[in-house]
Design a protein around this ligand. Structure first.
Ligand SMILES: Cc1cc2nc3c(=O)[nH]c(=O)nc-3n(C[C@H](O)[C@H](O)[C@H](O)COP(=O)(O)O)c2cc1C
Length: 344
């Protein structure tokens, strides 16, 4: 049996394979799907502390939508970002009032909009400032008894690997767990993540450490546990269009065997469910914008997938997407399942 991920007395994920936060991708329906297929816990997309605290009506609404989670997802963390301790304290209280299992601080994002205001991975340049932000967030979240976690990269660049120091400082001011994606900010998504940094963070703290970066399958997850001693592995890009991956990795870790691959029909039905739930949550227009890429990922490798993708990128209504899914089901029926096709 896999050991559960125990973050504290109140946060126990039934298994230690968890879904990464991914802006524009891991909205609530996708997170729920991943949980159904076995992810132990999920993190929301990142939410701006400034928008939460003093944004206009539209910004506030958008932020609250991003921070929304369903009961089915628990345990779930809502991720916020910011560089101003005072704003982070207030934002943490606002989010804590909605009672997520944890509030997570983003110290990994390097997109200019976020780095420009000194937040995200910029905080890794100045560990004392990072500590002030974490301390204030812990204080704000404590108003409603919600614990705080921190997700960070390895450091700003290869000369400044500050994750072990920042993790220690986070623990000192009350964070209950840290996640490490061990690429530097300068690396963005290039090269490989350096898992030795996860091991260094693990040696520096006694709170749980979640490892993240370049885990694509069960053997990768097993190697990350073995090489780093981490308490959980977090999966990002490999889950895109593939919520089934969680069942696979959990099965591999438990028994050494992969779970049965979903059929083409199951993949398309899952995509259809995802699209429908997104429409209900965000309205058809926004849902279709978000869903086009997911639908292309779900149908990757299927019969006639290039033609499907070409049509999918022009879809603007749920009815059009449904039609394409029907055609995809026909193609699967005509040519056989994805696996059969790949063996021809
Ligand atoms: C499209 C995209 C969006 C992301 N958004 C976030 C985010 O909102 N917050 C965060 O902490 N990390 C974010 N990340 C980083 C992932 O959580 C993860 O740390 C990274 O992708 C490495 O894991 P992987 O190799 O399994 O993808 C994002 C990554 C991608 C590819």
């Amino acid at each position: 049996m896999l050991k559960p991920l125990v973050i504290n007395r109140n946060i126990v994920a039934h298994n230690p394979v968890v879904l990464a936060p991914m802006a524009g991708i891991t909205s609530e329906p996708f997170r729920r799907l991943c949980r159904r297929y076995g992810a132990g816990m999920s993190w929301s997309e990142l939410v701006s502390s400034a928008a939460l605290v003093f944004g206009g009506e539209k910004a506030q609404r958008k932020s609250r939508e991003l921070a929304w989670f369903s009961e089915e997802e628990r345990p779930v963390a809502v991720q916020i970002f910011g560089a101003d301790p005072n704003l982070m304290r207030q934002a943490a209280t606002i989010i804590a009032a909605t009672k997520p299992d944890a509030i997570d601080i983003n110290m990994g994002c390097s997109v200019p909009k976020i780095a420009k205001c000194g937040a995200g991975c910029l905080l890794l340049k100045t560990p004392p400032q990072a500590q002030d932000v974490i301390k204030a967030t812990v204080e704000g979240a404590a108003e409603y008894g919600v614990p705080v976690t921190v997700k960070m990269r390895a450091g700003w660049d290869s000369q400044h690997i500050t994750a072990p120091e920042v993790a220690k400082r986070a623990q000192d001011v009350g964070a209950v767990a840290v996640t490490v994606h061990p690429r530097t900010a300068k690396q963005a998504f290039t090269g490989h993540s350096d898992w030795s940094v996860i091991a260094r963070v693990k040696a520096a703290v006694s709170i749980p450490v979640i490892g993240c970066g370049d885990v694509h399958n069960g053997p990768d997850a097993a190697r990350m546990f073995e090489q780093t001693g981490c308490d959980a592995v977090m999966i990002g890009r490999a889950a895109m269009g593939n919520p089934f991956l969680f069942a696979n990795i959990v099965s591999y870790l438990e028994s050494g065997a992969d779970a049965i691959e979903p059929s083409g029909e199951e993949k398309i039905e899952t995509a259809r469910w995802h699209a429908r739930e997104l429409c209900e949550l965000k309205g058809e227009h926004t849902a279709m914008n978000e869903m086009r890429k997911h639908a292309a990922w779900y149908t990757k490798g299927m019969p006639e997938s290039a033609r499907l993708r070409d049509r999918l990128c022009r879809v603007s209504t749920f009815a059009e997407m449904e039609e394409i899914f029907e055609d995809a089901l026909d193609a699967v029926a005509r040519y056989g399942s994805v696996e059969e096709l790949s063996h021809r």
